[in-house]
Design a protein around this ligand. Sequence first.
Ligand code: 173
Length: 317
Amino acid sequence: MRSIFIAAALIAVASPAAAEEVTLRAVSAFAEGTEFSRNFERFVEKVNADGKGLIKINYIGGPRAVPPFEVGNAVRTRVVDMANVTGAFYTNLMPEADGFKLNGKPMSEQRKNGTWDYINQLHNQKLGSQYLARQFHNVPFHIYLNKKIDKIDFSGLKIRVTPVYRDVVEAFGGTPITTAPGEVYTALERGVADGYGWPVTGIFDLGWDKVTKFRMEPPFYSVEVNVLVNLDAWKWLNDAQRKVLNDAALWLEGLDSEKVAVIKAERERQAAAGIQTLDFGPAASKAFLDRAYEVAWQSVIKRAPETGPKLRQLAGN
Ligand code: 173
């Protein structure tokens, strides 16, 4: 009798989900309702509408559910089935993930020229996950400061970073302090940090405008926030279920086109909030960008000598 139950259980585990509606548990590495979760939340709504009776996403929420730097591991170990997370938060598992920010080509192109395939393989192997979508290729980062500088030199400044900004902050003489986004406000308020790295968008979500004086030009790199699906969960889905996710992923990547207007509005809103720009002109900006890319690639290639050069070749810079 017992062996019959075990056999039945094994069959249930081994066969595709087929007719039953499957529920995937999802988290975001960014706070609910904020800039870098919002499009993922729209994606969840779309999957739940288009996938009725086939597939459903149960969105558990942001960093209160899983701390940001643990989200990559949570999807790898299937603590969750799906995550909205930047590669910068899982460089401990995949050092070359720090290189994704150096590729700002539209995803339509990255899907055609083999970049998506290559990065998907890396996720399959190192993160036990499917690289379902990448968002925000056209949204750059900035360094925000509370102390005025008269040239691009961070000597004597403590700057809040993640792996995204660490190399460039060090290259220009700053002292990097790593924190999750949730700790930035307090670090600025207490003067523990004199500035921080963050994309051009999203600083109003957590009230950082109240503790920010300057935004340094130029913008640099490209934001990358990925939707990952645990690979066992992915394989367990049938073709129709996977199609719902893939179609919604392409739709999600297409939302990047909205960001041109969003960025323009955000810059105006920062100016209106009294955040001044620090712009040292075209020559200094170009020198900064050249150095920012060079130190970041060197760092990626040093930590991931097998895969870093290929990522650089695909990025073409
Ligand atoms: O600054 C950060 O926390 C960070 O690395 C990041 C990455 C992508 C989007 C927003 C922030």
